[in-house]
Design a protein around this ligand. Structure first.
Ligand SMILES: C[S@@+](CC[C@H](N)C(=O)[O-])C[C@H]1O[C@@H](n2cnc3c(N)ncnc32)[C@H](O)[C@@H]1O
Length: 216
C-alpha cells in the first residue's frame, strides 16, 4: 500500500493550504493550529498531495497522506514524493484507520473521505486514532450550494466525483449542515469548534463548508 518515491527533484510545496476549490479564499493551515512542526498529521483523500506537501514542506509536520486511487498517489509522488516528512499511501480511509496503530495530533480532509464515507463509521474511526484534544478539520461541498436542503445524517446523496484522468464516478455524499456535523461529531466523542462557509467570486451561495473539531 505504500507508494514509492520517484527519483528526481521534488516540486516546491505550495505556498498555501486551500480548503476550497478557489485558491486564496478563506483560512489556510492555521486552522490546524499555529505550531505544526513535528506534528503527526493524517490526510484522508489527499488527491494530488499538494496540501500534504504544504504541511510537510512549509511547516515541517510529519504527514501521512492517503488516497483510495492509485493514480492520485502516483501523481502526488511524482510531484512531492521526495519531500522529507511526507508519506503517500494508496488505501481506503476506513481500512487505514482500522489497521494503523499511529495516534495522530491532527486529521484532516479537503473534499476527501469525510463526506464520502458514512460519518457514523468514519468519525468514530478517526476519533480512535486522534490523541485527546487532537484536531479534526475537513471541508465538504456546501450542502446548500445549489439551493438544495442539507442531507439528513443517515441518507447520502449521489453525485459525480471528477477523477484526474477526466472520468467521472458516481459517489455517495453525506452533505450535512453545521448542525448535522455537530451531532455526528458529538456521537463520535468530538466537539465542533468552528464552522466556516467559503464563497466563490461570482456565486451568490457559499460553495464549501469547513468544519473544525476537537476530540474530547
Ligand atoms: C475531490 S478529490 C479531493 C482531493 C484533494 N483533497 C484536493 O483537495 O485536491 C477527493 C479525493 O478523495 C479520495 N477518496 C474518496 N473516498 C476515499 C476513501 N474512502 N478513502 C481514501 N480516499 C478517498 C478520492 O480518491 C479523491 O482523490
Amino acid at each position: 500500500m505504500q507508494a514509492r518515491p520517484i527519483a528526481g527533484e521534488p516540486s516546491p510545496p505550495p505556498a498555501r493550504l486551500e480548503w476550497g476549490t478557489y485558491p486564496g479564499i478563506g483560512p489556510g493551515a492555521e486552522l490546524l493550529g499555529r505550531a505544526l512542526r513535528g506534528r503527526r498529521i493524517l490526510e484522508l483523500g489527499c488527491g494530488d498531495g499538494r496540501n500534504a506537501a504544504h504541511l510537510a514542506g512549509r511547516h515541517h509536520a510529519q504527514v501521512t497522506a492517503i488516497d483510495l486511487i492509485d493514480l492520485q498517489t502516483q501523481h502526488a509522488l511524482e510531484q512531492y514524493g521526495l519531500l522529507p516528512g511526507l508519506t503517500f499511501l494508496t488505501c481506503d480511509a476506513m481500512r487505514y484507520l482500522r489497521q494503523t496503530s499511529t495516534v495522530f495530533d491532527i486529521v484532516y480532509s479537503i473534499f476527501g473521505a469525510v463526506g464520502l464515507v458514512d460519518p457514523r463509521l468514519l468519525l468514530t474511526a478517526i476519533a480512535l486514532r486522534l490523541r485527546p484534544h487532537g484536531i479534526l478539520a475537513f471541508s465538504i461541498p456546501h450542502p446548500q450550494r445549489a439551493g438544495t436542503a442539507a442531507a439528513s445524517g443517515a441518507q447520502p446523496r449521489h453525485s459525480p466525483l471528477h477523477l484526474p484522468d477526466g472520468s467521472r464516478r458516481l459517489v455517495a455524499r453525506w452533505e450535512l449542515d453545521a448542525a448535522g456535523w455537530r451531532r455526528a461529531l458529538a456521537q463520535a466523542d468530538m466537539r465542533i469548534t468552528a464552522a466556516t462557509e467559503l464563497g466563490h467570486p461570482g456565486r451568490d451561495r457559499p460553495t464549501a463548508l469547513v468544519i473544525t473539531a476537537r476530540r474530547n
